[in-house]
Write a protein that binds this ligand. Structure first.
Ligand code: HEC
Ligand code: HEC
Ligand code: HEC
Ligand code: HEC
Ligand code: HEC
Length: 465
C-alpha cells in the first residue's frame, strides 16, 4: 500500500513539476517573443483622428525618451570601464523602456547598438500603439508587459482603453481595466537592476504605500488630468477635461490628457517642438504645487556642555535651532522620485539679523550653479555593496541612504544657527533641478547645457527666542 502511494505521489509530483516547468517555459518564451516592426502603426496615423491627444503626446517625455540627450549621455557613460558581466548586462538594457517598440521588435536590444540604425518609428519612444496594444503584465517592473498588437495600418487590430462603449470605423476598441490603473505605469516606472536585484526606481511602490493608493487615486488621476493652468496634483483640484477622444466623436465627461508632465524641464525646453515648451512650463507649475513649508516662529534652545580637553572646566554653550517643516503635499510618491540619484531637491536657508546682515546660510549655489557640500538635500545614494558610493547604477549593489520626502508626511529639519540677539528673519525655500549642474558640465555631449532650477516653495518668517 505504502509503496503504491509513494509511487503515485511521485508520479503526481513529476506531473506537477513538468506542468510548472512547461508553464515557466511558456511564460518566458512569451516574454522574449519578438514582434515585427511592421505590426506597429505610427503615432502620426493615430493622430489623423486623435488630433489633440497626438499634439499633447508629441511634446511629452514619452515621445522624447529615446532621443533624450541626457539619457543617452548617461547611458553611454555608463558603459565605460565596466568589468563584471553583471554590470555590463545591466548597462546594456536601457532600451527596454526608453526605446520599447524597437526593443520588442528586435532593434535596438542593447544600449551600445548603433543609434543611427534605429527605425524612425522606434525613435518615437513610448508611443500610442505601444501603450494601447498592452493587455497586462507578468510583473510590475522592468517593462514585463503582455502585448497584442495588430498587423499594421491595413489591419490595426484592437486598441485598448478606458471606454466600455467605444466605436471606431478604423480599429476595434476594447475596455481595459489595466489601462485605468497605476500598474500600467508602474511596469516601467519601477526599475530593478537585472542582475543584482537592487531597486533603482520605485515610483510605483512609493505610490502603493502612499495614502493615494488607499484612496484609489491612480497615476492617471494626476498625470493624465494635467493641462495648462490645471497642475492636477495632490494639493490642487483635479478638474475633469470634457471633450471628444477623436475628431467628431461623442462628447465625453473626461478625456485623459497625454502630456505626461513630470518634473523634466531641461529636455522639453531645448526641444524644437512648440508642444515641448508647453510641457516645460507645465512641469514648473506641477513642481510649484508639490510641497508646503512652514517655519516655527520660535527657535528651539538647547543648552550644551562642551568639555574642553585642555581646560578642565567644561563650558556652557547654546544651540539655537530654527525649525523648518516640509510636507510633500502634491506628489503621489516621494520627492524626488524616478531617477532619484540624479534629481536634485534641496533646502536653501538664509537667516538675517534685525539689521539685514546675513548671519547664516545653507544651500546657496555658487556662480557656476554648484551646491556647497553641507547642503541639506533629498535623494537616493547607491553603493557598491561595500559602502562605497557609486554614480554608475550598473555597479549598484545596495542603497546607502534614501532621504526623500514621503507623500503626506512632514519632515522636520532643525538647523543650529549659532547665537543671535533680538529677532531674526528666516527665508527658506525648496528647490528642484533635474540634474546637478556639475554632473551636466562633466557630460561633454551636453555642451554646457544649463539645467533649470525651480523654486518649488519659498517662505519667510520672523523668528525669536
Ligand atoms: C524598466 C524601465 C527602465 C529601464 C530599463 C531604464 N530606464 Fe531610465 N527611466 C525610466 C523611467 C520610468 C524614467 C523617468 C523617471 C524620472 O523622470 O524620474 C527614466 C528616466 C531616465 C533618465 C532621466 C532622463 C532625463 O532627461 O532627466 C536617465 C538619465 C535614465 N533614465 C537613464 C537610464 C539608463 C542609463 C538606463 C540603463 C542602464 C535606463 N535608464 C534604463 C525607466 C527605465
Ligand atoms: C480613422 C480614425 C481613427 C484612427 C486613425 C485611430 N482611431 Fe482610435 N478611435 C477613433 C474613434 C472614432 C474612437 C472612439 C472614440 C470614443 O469612443 O469616444 C477611437 C477610440 C480609441 C481608443 C479608446 C478605446 C476604448 O475602448 O477605450 C483608443 C485607445 C484608441 N482609439 C487608440 C488609437 C490608436 C493607438 C490609434 C493608432 C494606432 C488610433 N486609435 C487610430 C478613431 C480613430
Ligand atoms: C504611456 C502609455 C500611453 C501612451 C504613450 C498613449 N496613451 Fe492613450 N491612454 C493611455 C491610458 C492609460 C489611457 C486611459 C487612462 C485611464 O483610463 O485612466 C489612455 C486613453 C486614451 C484614449 C481614450 C480617450 C482619453 O484620452 O481618455 C485614446 C483615444 C488614446 N489614449 C489615444 C492615444 C493616442 C492617439 C496616443 C498617441 C498620440 C496615445 N494614446 C498614447 C496610455 C497611453
Ligand atoms: C514603456 C515604459 C513606460 C510606460 C508604460 C510608462 N512610462 Fe512614463 N516614462 C517612461 C520613461 C522611460 C520615461 C523617461 C523618459 C526620459 O526622461 O528620457 C518616462 C517619463 C514619464 C514622465 C515624465 C517624467 C519627468 O521627469 O518629467 C511622466 C510624468 C510619466 N512618465 C508618467 C507615466 C504614466 C502616468 C504612465 C501610465 C499611464 C506611464 N508613465 C507609463 C516609461 C514608461
Ligand atoms: C497625487 C498626485 C500624483 C500621483 C497619484 C502620482 N504623481 Fe507623479 N508627480 C506628481 C507631482 C506633483 C510631481 C512633481 C513633483 C516630483 O517631481 O515628485 C510628480 C512627478 C512625477 C515624475 C517626475 C519625477 C522626477 O522628479 O523626476 C514621475 C516620473 C511621476 N511623477 C510618475 C508617476 C507615476 C508612475 C505614478 C503612479 C505610480 C504617479 N506619478 C502618481 C503627482 C502625482
Amino acid at each position: 500500500m505504502k509503496t503504491i502511494i509513494s509511487i503515485k505521489s511521485i508520479s503526481l509530483l513529476i506531473a506537477l513539476l513538468s506542468t510548472i516547468i512547461l508553464y515557466k517555459d511558456l511564460q518566458s518564451s512569451e516574454q522574449t517573443k519578438h514582434y515585427e516592426l511592421s505590426q506597429f502603426i505610427s503615432p502620426e496615423t493615430c493622430g489623423g483622428c486623435h488630433t489633440q491627444i497626438y499634439e499633447q503626446w508629441q511634446g511629452s517625455m514619452h515621445n522624447l525618451s529615446s532621443d533624450d540627450i541626457i539619457f543617452n549621455e548617461i547611458a553611454n557613460a555608463g558603459l565605460v570601464g565596466l568589468k563584471s558581466k553583471e554590470d555590463i548586462e545591466e548597462a546594456e538594457h536601457c532600451q527596454t523602456c526608453h526605446t520599447p517598440v524597437g526593443y520588442i521588435t528586435g532593434y535596438p536590444r542593447k544600449t551600445s547598438d548603433d543609434r543611427t540604425k534605429i527605425a524612425p518609428i522606434a525613435k518615437q519612444g513610448i508611443q500610442c500603439d505601444y501603450c494601447h496594444s498592452i493587455t497586462g503584465a507578468y510583473s510590475i517592473y522592468n517593462a514585463q508587459f503582455k502585448y497584442s498588437p495588430g498587423n499594421g495600418e491595413d489591419d490595426p487590430g484592437v486598441k485598448r482603453g478606458p471606454f466600455k462603449d467605444s466605436e471606431s470605423d478604423y480599429h476595434q476598441s476594447e475596455f481595459s481595466e489595466f489601462h485605468t490603473k497605476s500598474e500600467l505605469c508602474g511596469t516601467c516606472h519601477d526599475v530593478k537592476h537585472v542582475t543584482s536585484g537592487v531597486w533603482l526606481e520605485t515610483t510605483y511602490q512609493e505610490w502603493k504605500q502612499s495614502p493615494y493608493s488607499k484612496q484609489g487615486v491612480q497615476c492617471q488621476d494626476c498625470h493624465m488630468y494635467q493641462r495648462p493652468e490645471y497642475p492636477s496634483t495632490g494639493s490642487t483640484k483635479r478638474v475633469k477635461n470634457p471633450g471628444t477622444a477623436a475628431d467628431g466623436s461623442v462628447e465625453r465627461e473626461h478625456i485623459f490628457t497625454h502630456y505626461f508632465v513630470g518634473a523634466n524641464m531641461a529636455i522639453p525646453a531645448q526641444s524644437n517642438l512648440a508642444q515641448s515648451k508647453e510641457i516645460s512650463k507645465m512641469a514648473e507649475e506641477r513642481l510649484k504645487h508639490s510641497v508646503d513649508i512652514k517655519i516655527d516662529s520660535q527657535v528651539e534652545v538647547k543648552q550644551q556642555h562642551k568639555a574642553d580637553g585642555k581646560n578642565i572646566k567644561s563650558q556652557n554653550s547654546e544651540e539655537n535651532r530654527i525649525i523648518i517643516r516640509i510636507t510633500n503635499n502634491g506628489a503621489g510618491h516621494e520627492i524626488p522620485t524616478g531617477v532619484s540619484n540624479i534629481r536634485q531637491v534641496w533646502l536653501k536657508v538664509i537667516v538675517k539679523d534685525s539689521k539685514g546682515n546675513v548671519i547664516y546660510k545653507t544651500g546657496v549655489p555658487d556662480e557656476k550653479g554648484y551646491l556647497p557640500p553641507n547642503t541639506i538635500a533629498y535623494s537616493t545614494i547607491f553603493g557598491d555593496g561595500k559602502g562605497n558610493v557609486v554614480d554608475n547604477l550598473a555597479k549598484a549593489r545596495e542603497i546607502i541612504s534614501d532621504k526623500r520626502l514621503k507623500p503626506m508626511q512632514e519632515r522636520i529639519e532643525k538647523i543650529d544657527i549659532g547665537e543671535f540677539e533680538g529677532k531674526i528673519t528666516v527665508e527658506a525655500s525648496l528647490l528642484y533641478s533635474g540634474l546637478p549642474q556639475n554632473v551636466a558640465d562633466s557630460l561633454k555631449g551636453l555642451n554646457g547645457m544649463n539645467i533649470p532650477v525651480v523654486v518649488m516653495k519659498e517662505v519667510k518668517q520672523v523668528v525669536s527666542r
